[in-house]
Design a protein around this ligand. Structure first.
Ligand SMILES: Cc1cc2nc3c(=O)[nH]c(=O)nc-3n(C[C@H](O)[C@H](O)[C@H](O)COP(=O)(O)OP(=O)(O)OC[C@H]3O[C@@H](n4cnc5c(N)ncnc54)[C@H](O)[C@@H]3O)c2cc1C
Length: 204
């Protein structure tokens, strides 16, 4: 990245260019259990996108400090039963929740997925007791983070790992630009990502 021209090492080829634009967006925070292997087979990172596939089924939502509430509410419209498993205390939501098919559990620690080719269930620990839920899908709704680990120490990142740019989408390294969700913009939307891309393209 610091060379001139820049060299980008891909899986199959290397590319060189005078300018580079990084537009790698956000990635979902995972359970750290290798569950990505089961995406499409009972693991999903997007309740809004995949709720439709689990109509009338029982599903679980892995949540951290309420990050899964929105997804659970969305899923409850279509699924028979939604088990909301949060690592912190969700008692306020539990008391006020009007959707009877959402079961709320607080202080949950993820243990493992029960798999047999596809996901069959999820095992967790609640107040130091093991509990297993038979579910058709585990929705991992732990939030999003920028894909920038590989740039640490090379580009200036903010405290949350977003690439810092100026208004021309220039990063701290000459010739390297960043645009869209991966940079420290105020809004993470299609319209801002497109505008950032237009600016980065022009100045690159
Ligand atoms: C469920 C959901 C609903 C949304 N709804 C709306 C909405 O209604 N309206 C709205 O304005 N915005 C919405 N957004 C936000 C919007 O999608 C994003 O703000 C926008 O897509 C950001 O664009 P981007 O190009 O920065 O990143 P992305 O669209 O995330 O694109 C990044 C791309 O880079 C690829 N990539 C990452 N790393 C690498 C790598 N190492 N090598 C090669 N490729 C790589 C990724 O595979 C991906 O294709 C929604 C987002 C989500 C998740």
């Amino acid at each position: 990245m610091t060379s001139s021209p820049k060299v980008i090492v891909g899986k199959k080829e290397e590319y060189s260019a005078d300018s580079v634009i990084i537009a790698s967006g956000l990635q979902s925070v995972t359970l750290g259990a290798g569950e990505e292997e089961y995406v499409g087979r009972g693991v999903s990172y997007c309740a809004v996108c995949d709720a439709n596939f689990y109509k009338g089924k029982t599903v679980a939502v892995m949540s951290k400090r309420g990050s899964g509430i929105r997804g659970a509410v969305e899923l409850a419209r279509q699924c028979e039963r939604v088990v909301l498993l949060d690592s912190e205390n969700l008692s306020v939501f539990a008391e006020n929740n009007k959707q009877k098919n959402i079961e709320v559990y607080s202080n949950v620690r993820f243990k493992r997925l029960d798999v047999d080719g596809v996901v069959k269930g999820v095992e967790v620990e609640i107040d130091k007791k093991s509990k297993k839920f038979d579910v058709s899908c585990v929705f991992v709704e732990l939030g999003k983070k920028p894909k920038t680990d590989e740039y640490a120490g090379v580009l200036k990142l903010d405290d949350e790992g977003y690439i810092v740019t100026n208004s021309l989408m220039e990063t701290s390294l000459k010739g390297v630009f960043a645009c869209g969700d991966v940079r420290n913009g105020a809004l993470k939307q299609l319209v801002t990502a497109c505008a950032d891309g237009a600016i980065a393209g022009t100045y690159a």
